[in-house]
Design a protein around this ligand. Structure first.
Ligand SMILES: [Cu+2]
Length: 264
């Protein structure tokens, strides 16, 4: 019990992560998601052992014997009822103490925009476009009529807020130590934005903006993939999430913004 609790509160031991086939825990809430998997595996293992032992015991204890007669009627259900009630109680405890709080942390409570790195991710067949508001912190307007091969997101060239915006292809940059708030949408079909190391997965639906967030805690490069079959190139729809220390991220963003100014 204490061991399970420590996995809920802290990062999981690397050996246990490997055993469960999970990548590194790259976001602040990754360990909470993993705890769910651990709980399920532990519960299934416990049930397997209990059933296997009970089965073996019954097979041996009540094996065929000369003069022994089987009883075909039910012998009363007190134990069966107690078992059922225990399972329902156990599940209620998990839902109330773990599932609802974890779900609300990850999905219901979004971080404040002012203290977050706010970006937009626009999925399309078969790529991830990432839109950063640039140093001014304001997104330029996007509209379908401006979309062309050189302006995949349809940034309005007349909007001053968009002048310093940065757009990257299949590359998502995020700072460490602060949440990244993503406004996710799609240009064509339903995709699913999935960064396994951050334990984040959300459908990208055309015509809809779905917010999600994560706070990276490891520096490095992490795979972004599409988790919703979206067409012939679905399997190649991969990107990379690159996490930087905060100052490095800021200077990267300024550099990209300046580079864009130079080419405009
Ligand atoms: Cu896709």
């Amino acid at each position: 019990m204490g061991f399970l609790f420590s996995c809920y509160v802290n990062a999981m031991h690397p050996a246990l992560l490997r055993f469960l086939g999970l990548p590194a825990q790259g976001s602040s809430y990754a360990h909470k998601v993993d705890f769910d998997l651990l709980l399920l595996h532990a519960g299934m293992a416990a049930m397997f052992i209990i059933w296997a032992v009970l089965m073996a015991f019954l097979l041996i204890r009540y094996r065929r014997k000369e003069g022994r007669q089987a009883i075909y009627e039910s012998t009363g259900g007190a134990w069966a009822l107690a078992g059922g009630v225990a399972i329902v109680l156990f599940e209620l405890v998990i839902i109330v103490t773990y599932s609802i709080p974890t779900w609300s942390t990850i999905s219901l409570r979004l971080p404040d925009e002012k203290s977050s790195n706010v970006i937009a991710v626009v999925a399309e067949q078969f790529a991830w476009n990432v839109h950063y508001p640039g140093p001014d912190g304001k997104f330029g307007r996007r509209a379908a009529q401006f979309v062309d091969s050189g302006n995949v997101l349809g940034l309005d060239p007349g909007d001053p807020d968009g002048k310093d915006d940065v757009v990257t292809l299949n590359e998502l940059h995020a700072p460490l130590g602060k949440p990244t708030l993503v406004y996710l949408t799609s240009k064509d079909v339903i995709h699913s934005f999935f960064i396994p190391a951050f334990r984040v997965k959300r459908d990208a639906v055309p015509g809809m903006v779905s917010p999600l967030w994560f706070e990276p805690i490891l520096e490095g490069r992490f795979t972004i993939s599409c988790a919703q079959l979206c067409g012939i190139g679905h399997a190649t729809m991969q990107g990379v999430a690159i996490t930087h220390p905060a100052e490095e991220f800021e200077s990267w963003l300024k550099e990209q913004s300046a580079l864009k100014d130079a080419t405009d």
